[in-house]
Design a protein. Structure first.
Lengths: 167, 167
């Protein structure tokens, strides 16, 4: 893991990390972009989750809604990940030592795995039930789990601010 | 205005409710997490309709159906936002009430509420209102741009409250 430590110290010493750390406007501005991106990310995922739960957009076939919403979701994810990475760079060592940050990263991975499992396993027979107002149990479970995971991601993100003394 | 708000903050901070909110470290971050999740729902609902007006989202679905699906949910969620926001102010009155960024956020919120309610009403009264001719379609894009800008402004201001608090 020595190379990893070296890499972290290297990025932390970079000019861009230094600028984000030292400039009074840069950190809050990137943070604001991060909040906007996360809101759109979580909100757009919620639209799909509620459809899978049979609670909203029930007159729309699931595949249609997925193809309409995914570009928004991925765009928001790219913006959230990019801005999040810049915030991480500025204090990489402290973030890596923060339990909430680590938990947030694992929860995002778990949400990704949940999405892949839905895509590869639960959505295989999608054409058979995608017009149903109340989808299959597996689809409903995927939607419910997704909502819970993203709530936890947002909670961990908020808690980073209270557990990292530098911010 | 300043001294009276200062007095009011002082009085608010001395109330039993304020003491209760400050009595445990997890209460304020929990309220903030609920607040952000609700912001995500409201922001995404408004912005997805704006994307539809740009014909970037659910373009094969009539605008009237998209607004009917997304905009009504904004109002009950806004009530939760007012409740959590009020509790956060009671917990830390000076953080918001002696902070011009907070008042900027409220002014932008008022503009967003009027714009969104106006949009919802115009489409409910006449489904083809924003698509009748070239001029209307241009106006729709202008309104959508304004709406996105105002909602992003609310989120930016919300994050900046933490960086501009005086007392």
């Amino acid at each position: 893991m020595a190379w990893f430590r070296d890499a972290i110290l290297y990025v932390e010493d970079s000019a861009i990390a230094d600028a984000i750390r030292e400039n009074d406007l840069l950190f809050p501005t990137i943070e604001s972009v991060h909040v906007v991106a996360i809101c759109l990310l979580v909100g757009s995922i919620l639209v799909l989750d509620l459809r899978l739960l049979g609670l909203a957009s029930i007159e729309r076939p699931v595949s249609r809604l997925v193809s309409a919403i995914l570009p928004v979701t991925w765009g928001a994810f790219a913006l959230a990940a990019g801005s999040g990475f810049l915030l991480f760079l500025s204090n990489a060592t402290k973030y890596l030592a923060n339990g909430c940050f680590i938990a947030k990263m694992f929860l995002i991975c778990a949400a990704g795995v949940n999405m892949l499992v839905f895509h590869w396993v639960s959505a295989r027979d999608l054409p058979q039930w995608e017009k149903d107002t109340s989808p299959t149990l597996r689809a409903r479970l995927a939607g419910a789990l997704s909502i819970l995971l993203w709530i936890a991601v947002v909670a961990c993100g908020r808690w980073i601010g209270y557990t990292m003394p530098v911010l | 205005m300043e001294p009276s708000l200062s007095e009011f903050s002082k009085w608010l901070a001395a109330t039993t409710l304020s003491h209760m909110i400050k009595s445990a470290g997890w209460i304020i971050p929990t309220l903030q997490t609920i607040h952000i999740l609700c912001v995500a729902a409201v922001f995404s609902a408004a912005v997805l309709v704006d994307f539809r007006m740009f014909r970037l989202f659910e373009r094969e679905v009539p605008l009237g159906e998209v607004t009917r699906r997304f905009l009504p949910a904004i109002w009950p969620v806004l009530l939760i936002l007012l409740l959590t926001g009020s509790l956060l102010i009671v917990g830390e009155p000076r953080r918001a009430l002696l902070n011009s960024t907070f008042f900027l956020k409220m002014a932008l919120l008022l503009a967003a509420v009027l714009l969104t309610a106006g949009l919802q009403r115009s489409v409910a009264a006449s489904p083809g209102f924003w698509e009748r001719d070239r001029g209307r379609r241009m106006a729709a894009k202008a309104v959508a741009t304004l709406s996105i800008a105002i909602w992003c402004g609310i989120l930016f201001a919300g994050r900046w409250i933490a960086y501009t608090q005086g007392g």
